[in-house]
Design a protein around this ligand. Structure first.
Ligand SMILES: *[C@@H]1O[C@H](CO)[C@@H](O)[C@H](O)[C@H]1NC(C)=O
Ligand SMILES: *[C@@H]1O[C@H](CO)[C@@H](O)[C@H](O)[C@H]1NC(C)=O
Ligand SMILES: *[C@@H]1O[C@H](CO)[C@@H](O)[C@H](O)[C@H]1NC(C)=O
Ligand SMILES: *[C@@H]1O[C@H](CO)[C@@H](O)[C@H](O)[C@H]1NC(C)=O
Ligand SMILES: *[C@@H]1O[C@H](CO)[C@@H](O)[C@H](O)[C@H]1NC(C)=O
Ligand SMILES: [Cu+2]
Length: 251
């Protein structure tokens, strides 16, 4: 136990500055460019970028931070990813190093063009889950979280695939990929990035109230799954972790 604990701490101190996020997206064989937080400012008007602007790969720590919606500063992109409801979208991460905590994909309607859906609109929006990935075996401290197993420790891209619900009605939507990292005791880290989608198809549905939440709003330090000490011996050895928030809407 102590050996494991020491090894984990050593790992954390080495990688403490290495954060990350969703960098690009693929649908089938087509690749779409995200916003590079360390890239040039001419990306702001680049007609091909599908991801909302983010300029720091630091996590967000506050469950009430308005940037929790679409990261900081979260300005709209010019382009959207065309995608047929029922298809898969893959978010591509690079050198993801954290291992503990859930990953959740969300959507919300832009009620029109996402390119004019501003940061205020995003924090006022009601979001629904389209997929989530948590602890897939083992215990909370060391088990096979998807966050751990999707990491490619050799430096090749890490892939996270979710399906757009087949019955979702067409229109422009934000898709928000959120990684929650829980390796700091009682100090959750949130890593959200948003992209624009143009959903096509003959779906006619939209989720009801029981699936919809505000972001910020959905997370709070009163939630034991969010305000968690994964090194606490009782918590560390648990083999179940219930991903908080509303149920996933599968259409
Ligand atoms: C919200 O998060 C952003 C990005 O990490 C940070 O720059 C900002 O200071 C935070 N705002 C508040 C009110 O804590
Ligand atoms: C979509 O992804 C799921 C896993 O998330 C996979 O089972 C399914 O085969 C994928 N579909 C396509 C068309 O690639
Ligand atoms: C993401 O796209 C950029 C170009 O915008 C490319 O340089 C980079 O290698 C890509 N990264 C990944 C992880 O796909
Ligand atoms: C906030 O969202 C509600 C519900 O969708 C909508 O009626 C209202 O117009 C929105 N307000 C702003 C300022 O976007
Ligand atoms: C976006 O927010 C503005 C106010 O900031 C509001 O007037 C507008 O109706 C909102 N748009 C949508 C699509 O919610
Ligand atoms: Cu980090």
């Amino acid at each position: 136990m102590w050996q494991i604990f020491a090894a984990t701490l050593g790992y954390l101190t080495t990688h403490v500055y290495a954060h990350g996020g969703a960098l690009n997206y693929t649908v089938g064989d087509t690749w779409y460019a995200g916003y590079d937080p360390f890239g040039p400012s001419n990306q702001d008007t680049a007609p091909y970028i599908v991801q909302r602007k983010w300029i720091t790969n630091e996590p967000i720590f506050e469950t009430t931070n308005a940037s929790l919606a679409c990261n900081f500063p979260g300005n709209p992109a010019s382009a959207s990813i065309p995608i047929t409801a029922g298809s898969n979208i893959t978010a591509i991460y690079y050198s993801w190093v954290h291992t503990v905590g859930p990953m959740i994909a969300w959507m919300t309607s832009c009620n029109g063009a996402c390119s004019t859906f501003d940061t205020t609109n995003a924090t006022n929006a009601s979001w629904f889950k389209i997929g989530e990935k948590g602890l897939q075996g083992g215990n909370i401290l060391e088990g096979n979280w998807f966050q751990k197993t999707f990491s490619r420790w050799d430096g090749t891209p890490s892939l996270w695939t979710e399906t757009i619900p087949e019955s979702l009605k067409p229109g422009e939507y934000l898709i928000r990929h959120e990684i929650i990292s829980l390796h700091s005791a009682n100090r959750p880290q949130f890593y959200p990035e948003c992209a624009h989608l143009r959903v096509e198809g003959d779906g006619e549905r939209y989720p009801d109230e029981k699936h919809l939440v505000k972001i910020p709003g959905v997370w709070s330090m009163d939630q034991p799954e969010i305000n968690i000490d994964v090194y606490d011996p009782d918590t560390a050895m648990k083999t179940e972790y219930k991903i908080p928030g509303p149920p996933v809407w599968s259409g």
